[in-house]
Design a protein around this ligand. Sequence first.
Ligand SMILES: Cc1ncc(COP(=O)(O)O)c(C=O)c1O
Length: 312
Amino acid sequence: MSLTTPNNIAGISCCVYSVGVCFTKVAHMPNQPKVYLNGSFVDKNKAFVSVMDRGFLFGDGVYEVFPSYNRHVFGLDSHLSRLQKGLKSIQIQNPYSLNEWKSIIHKVIELNPENNNQAVYLQITRGCDQDRKHTYGDIDPTIYIQSSAFNTRSKKELLKGAEAITQDDIRWSQCNTKATSLLPNIMYAQMAKNLEIEEVILCRNGIVTECSSSNVFIVKNECLYTHPKGSYILPGITREAVLSCATACGIQTVEKEFSKNDLLEADEVWVTSSTREVVPITLVDRLKVGSGMVGEVWRSIYEHYQAIKVNQ
Ligand SMILES: Cc1ncc(COP(=O)(O)O)c(C=O)c1O
């Protein structure tokens, strides 16, 4: 018995088989999220990309995640500027101007009215070619944008502290490109999930770089340290915002390499990203960070970040 034509008639899914017709009642899905795909806003369950897409075949593309609070994207220009740099680094022509990107992103947010706070995911792949081969011709990029509900953790929740472990940073040395090919990152993120901990902190030749999907900060003697920008970390937009918050709060900041030993001897450790914001880590490699309690410097930064994210 082979399936020949799938159809959907008014909430009744009708599967036409070569030996007859079977009707199955399916849940009515009135509120399908709207996504953007190559110039159109469509229901997410109707958005399809070819198997010849180089994003699918090679992970050949870049992406961005924009946090939006009350429908306003926090750090929109910084995210778009990083996107432009990423596209340039992998030689994909930016298909849109800044203003075009902004209006498309805002439209996606507007078309998903269920959620006040949304995490907008945008990816651009090199596009589809005739054959699967490493090299590429002159092809149009595939542009996809979706938005999901974005729930941040409460201060009470964050004050419980979180746990991280360290692992070798086995990634390539162009980590400043937000590439969709993320194999090491996803393996480490899954490791954290399986261990029911917050993050895996990565070390390259004994130097702490960043994490599977966030940047890392330490506080030592009331001074805030994070790895300098360059090819070994993603220049996080949250990282930048946190550095500004620290300066505004009168906390000294140093963008300088620090070792795994410095991490283990830190007074405070935090991880930052657009969707996590600033998470205090109180246990690294099963050892207490400082007193094992969330630190005072984190508390100041947390309050400041909460204020700027909605009043930018
Ligand atoms: C490897 C890595 N580093 C850092 C970050 C934090 O970047 P941002 O603050 O721009 O979200 C991310 C975010 O996904 C990431 O994947």
